[in-house]
Design a protein around this ligand. Structure first.
Ligand code: CP3
Length: 349
């Protein structure tokens, strides 16, 4: 038996149970805005070596928890570990973000794509999860995560980041059968990967659909939401006698919050373009909401940050089911002292 949670406000909020203060964590809370992260990153040499070392991944996961009164830890890894394990050859070029040496170019490439075994090619992630969980010793819950099939497919076809999504949308329109096969294989991979993270000790899981918001209404449902539904249906929802909440996050997906709530997930991430009061109306009390401060507020002074935090808390209003977060990841040039102001302001209410 693992240590009982000393602070379970994050889990309780996702399950819409009452809490005595709003829990808060920050997307990309471990990262380059922290000088201690940059030190470990330099020591590791490259980003994937950092992810592959359970000790170093655990160390950087713990760093933000030492500085701030956060209510959850998130596994330090990346969403692109799955395509890497499929053989696409992930590497990070300085200042350019992620790149794949072997992107998906044809129907034959899609057919040949393997579904990785999470306890083989991705065992290093499970090792990090187990070590982080042990190190946390029940301080706060550990979040596991993955990318959504559509978001992973975008990187797999584009071979890296993109502005226009020309290649991946080109494949979606010209060869929808191959696109569906790739998304189905990816959804199967994500499901078994997240279930393995849950078995290794993740106490909640989140699916990042960073690029679902570039699709039309019709295509979002067919090419992104459908595969997140497949994942929600296939996940273990309890482990070790505890409920494992599942959160979905489509950036720029405000108009689909109602459809997303109908998947049967527990929580939805909301970016700053949708007011939380509107998100509540759209989701009709079916799910908890996570968000949604504009990350750029952290460039402002302490008084502005406190006022903007208050506005987010007020827009959610009364009742359980709010996890405070940014509407997307923290930027790398933010001063960590501003993050402390934010976290303490959320807890002050
Ligand atoms: O939140 C956390 O603290 C956990 C760690 C985490 C990372 N990436 C670490 C990381 C998480 C949850 C992610 C998710 C991720 N990765 C997403 C989805 C969330 C989102 O932001 O929308 C996406 C799209 C990726 C893909 C990815 N990985 C990109 C585009 C980059 C480059 C980012 C950049 O600004 O250069 C990465 C690399 C990466 N992943 C870094 C970190 C801390 C920076 C790498 C470095 O240290 O050089």
């Amino acid at each position: 038996m693992s240590a009982p949670l000393k602070n379970d406000t994050f889990i309780r909020a996702l399950l819409k149970q009452p809490v005595d203060r709003t829990p808060v964590w920050i997307m990309r809370q471990a990262g380059r805005y922290l000088p201690e992260y940059k030190e470990v990153r330099a020591q590791a040499g490259d980003f994937m070596s950092l992810c592959r070392s359970a000790e170093l991944a655990c160390e950087v996961t713990m760093q933000p928890l030492r500085r701030f009164d956060l209510d959850a830890a998130i596994l330090f890894s990346d969403i692109l570990t799955i395509p890497d394990a499929m053989g696409l050859g992930l590497h990070f070029e300085a200042g350019e973000g992620p790149k794949f040496s072997n992107p998906i170019k044809s129907a034959a490439d899609v057919k040949a794509l393997p579904i990785p075994d999470p306890n083989d090619e991705l065992q290093y992630v499970m090792n990090a999860v187990s070590l982080i969980r042990k190190t946390l010793d029940g301080k706060v819950p550990l979040i596991g995560f993955s990318g959504s099939p559509w978001t992973l497919a975008s990187y797999m076809v584009e071979g890296g980041g993109t502005k226009d999504f020309g290649k991946v949308k080109g494949m979606m329109f010209s060869d929808p059968t191959s696109m569906h096969l790739m998304l189905d294989k990816t959804a199967q991979s994500v499901t078994s990967y997240l279930n393995a993270q849950i078995e290794a000790g993740a106490q909640a899981v989140m699916v990042f659909d960073t690029w679902g918001g570039v699709l039309s209404h019709e295509k979002y449902k067919e090419f992104s939401l459908q595969y997140m539904q497949q994942i929600v249906d296939g996940l273990k929802r309890t482990h070790d006698g505890q409920t494992i909440p599942v959160t979905l996050f489509t950036k720029n997906g405000g108009q689909w919050l109602g459809d997303m709530a109908d998947t049967g997930c527990d929580g939805l991430g909301v970016d700053w373009t949708t007011d939380l009061s509107r998100a509540k109306e759209l989701t009709k009390g079916k799910v908890a909401l996570q968000g949604n401060l504009d990350p750029s507020v952290l460039y402002a002074d302490d008084d502005t940050i406190k006022a903007e935090v208050k506005k987010v808390l007020t827009s959610f209003g009364d009742g359980p089911g709010h996890v405070f977060n940014l509407g997307h990841g923290i930027h790398q040039h933010i001063n960590p002292d501003r993050v402390k102001t934010l976290v303490d302001a959320v807890h002050a209410g």
